[in-house]
Ligand binder design. Structure first.
Ligand code: CP3
Length: 345
């Protein structure tokens, strides 16, 4: 199937584009009335596990917002269940893991699984989305990186200090490396299966990696994330995303990714200088700007585009996901603005 709108894929390859491609992390979700309507009837996990529903949610933003890529509706935590770490999403609290993993024997008890069987519903959703999109825009698949996945499995949910995670990492490095190696192999297999099912690009989310400094990143994480990118290499463009990463962007780039995601805590041109000009960059508007006045939102977007200054290889995105209280009209206006402003430059 030919992808008609190729801006996103061209930018991944650092080729010239007619206008800067845009997509938004969490472009499907609670800020949209049609998503909330589905959530009245189904739980988050039901949406993720029922291919027709995952397809519908994936397409909701495509119908309403001028985005240049779709991202599969799913969740980073889905592979935890077949690993033997069941969880649920608890209203108002986020993910809750039933029995967090803490000991070496917990790690050794993790199951190996075949993503084409255990996560067949995700792969089916990919095939269905590709058919529905019919080349309109490319489809992004994704998975979590070892640190972020391990942090949920170990902490049991969201964490501010990653105390248990770091206690294992510093206290029993051998067990930590065994855990991350298992996660990396699983994620690599899962991403390859997503590519075979039809995704046009993949994003690896290491959302909470900003909790580490460069030295610890290099020792405890880099080899594992590198393994994931090596497993997917040469198939489709890859994006490597984290938040709070201003001081470790060079290390993130070293671990892999054709495009590196940056958040709003660092100006995008400085981020790009740290990443190096052999990679593209994705970002990096503060998502809370969508909650304020339009003039400030547009000024923020214009500043990002001015700092990029037309260099090929920029994908416009937020520095993190759209917040649930965001007015949908602002998101629509932002995507249009980025296209118009960048086309005119
Ligand atoms: O970006 C997209 O549009 C695709 C969908 C997507 C979701 N989760 C849907 C979701 C993606 C790419 C993810 C990945 C994910 N999941 C990440 C990495 C991205 C990031 O935000 O850093 C993380 C950390 C998770 C774990 C997770 N899932 C948390 C912490 C939560 C609760 C927080 C929240 O926003 O409620 C979720 C639930 C979740 N994942 C929702 C959605 C739309 C909200 C579910 C709902 O209540 O309806």
């Amino acid at each position: 199937m030919v992808v008609v709108n190729t801006r996103f894929l061209q930018a991944c390859r650092r080729e010239a584009v007619d206008a800067t491609p845009v997509w938004f992390m969490r472009q499907a979700g609670r800020y949209m009335a049609e998503y909330r309507a589905l959530r009245e009837r189904y739980t988050m996990l039901e949406l993720c596990r029922t291919p027709d529903l995952a397809v519908e949610v994936t397409l909701q933003p495509i119908r309403r917002i001028e985005v240049d890529a779709a991202i599969l509706f799913s969740d980073l935590l889905l592979p935890l269940e077949p690993l033997g770490v069941p969880f649920d999403f608890v209203k108002g609290e986020g993910p809750q893991i039933e029995r967090p993993i803490r000991t070496e024997s917990d790690i050794d008890a993790l199951r190996r699984f075949e993503p084409r069987e255990a996560l067949a519903h995700v792969l089916e959703a990919i095939q269905l989305v590709k058919r529905e999109l019919d080349g309109k825009v490319p489809l992004i698949g994704f998975a979590g990186a070892p640190f972020t996945l391990a942090s949920y499995a170990i902490e049991g949910g969201h964490s501010n200090h990653f105390a248990e995670t770091k206690a294992l990492m510093y206290g029993n490095p051998a067990a930590w490396h065994r855990l991350c190696d298992r996660l990396a192999t699983m994620v690599g297999d899962y991403l390859v299966a997503q590519v075979e099912a039809g995704v046009d690009a993949v994003q690896v989310f290491d959302s909470w990696i900003g909790a580490l400094n460069a030295r610890d990143y290099r020792e405890f994480v880099l080899p594992h994330t590198q393994k994931i990118f090596a497993m997917v290499a040469g198939r489709v463009p890859t994006i490597h995303f984290g938040t709070g990463t201003a001081t470790i962007l060079a290390e993130l780039a070293e671990a892999g990714g054709d495009v590196i995601g940056a958040d709003w805590r660092i100006p995008i041109d400085e981020a790009w200088a740290r990443i190096g000009d052999t990679r593209g960059i994705q970002g990096n508007l503060d998502p809370t700007l969508l909650l304020g006045p339009t003039e400030r939102l547009f000024a923020g977007a214009a500043e990002v585009l001015d700092r990029v200054d037309g260099r090929p290889g920029h994908i416009f995105n937020l520095g993190h996901g759209i917040l649930p209280s965001t007015p949908v009209e602002r998101v629509q206006a932002l995507a249009k603005y980025v296209h118009q402003y960048s086309a005119r430059r």
